[in-house]
Design a protein around this ligand. Structure first.
Ligand code: IMP
Ligand code: MG
Length: 193
């Protein structure tokens, strides 16, 4: 295998240089350092009772990939997909389960892995839905929490970063299904013209 020409240059990629991609909110090194810390804490907290990690698709796919590798326990991984009705940048709180879990939650230590908590309505719905399956415990690890936006009280056991209440893209987060494959979290600077 050759890597010639693939070394990081520090210059923005073509994707990052698009006008709709705004300033960096959380950089790649900041993400990786914080995820390593979260992984260490989760490893300590769940020693002797390996968690079932439940990722919420699609936004959490990249976070799940990195977080799961930072957890030094025989964790299991499953995903569910939800879609919230409402406009592209605002949730209504009415959630539809698009893909349900494959594994049984009964008596499992479940850790929900979520990309971002905005109003909190999606997570609040999910928690009620998952608790009905009678897990031994149910906790949440959210990469991002938008400051001052929550319309419901949530118990978030692990949080990566608190960020200002603006729309962000990258590291799994999309606008109309695009820009998920940017390496860092960026502000969304509006539609490309
Ligand atoms: P909530 O129900 O208002 O908390 O919204 C949660 C969901 O909306 C998240 O899981 C994301 O999929 C999506 N979302 C909220 N804010 C953003 C954002 O800034 N960028 C991309 N998706 C977002
Ligand atoms: Mg989304």
């Amino acid at each position: 295998m050759t890597t010639a020409g693939n070394e990081p240059t520090g210059a923005p990629s073509r994707l990052e240089a698009r006008p709709e991609v705004g300033k960096v909110i959380v950089s790649e090194p900041e993400l990786q350092a914080r995820i390593a810390e979260l992984g260490t804490r989760i490893t300590e907290d769940y020693a002797g009772r390996p968690p079932l990690l439940v990722g919420v698709l699609k936004g959490a796919f990249m976070f799940m990939s990195d977080l799961s590798r930072a957890i030094d326990l025989p964790a299991e991984i499953d995903f569910m997909a939800v879609s919230s009705y409402g406009s592209a940048t605002r949730t209504s709180g009415v959630v539809r389960i698009v893909k349900d879990l494959d594994v049984d939650l009964l008596d499992r230590d479940v850790l929900v892995v979520e990309d971002i908590v905005d109003s909190g309505l999606t997570l609040s719905y999910l928690q009620r839905y998952l608790l009905a399956r009678r897990p031994a415990s149910l906790e949440v690890c959210a990469l991002l929490v938008k400051e001052g936006q929550q319309r419901t009280t949530l118990d978030l056991r692990y949080v990566g970063f608190h960020i200002p209440a603006e729309f962000v893209v990258g590291y799994g987060l999309d606008v109309d299904e695009r820009l998920r494959n940017i390496k860092a979290i960026h502000a969304y600077a509006g539609p490309a013209s």
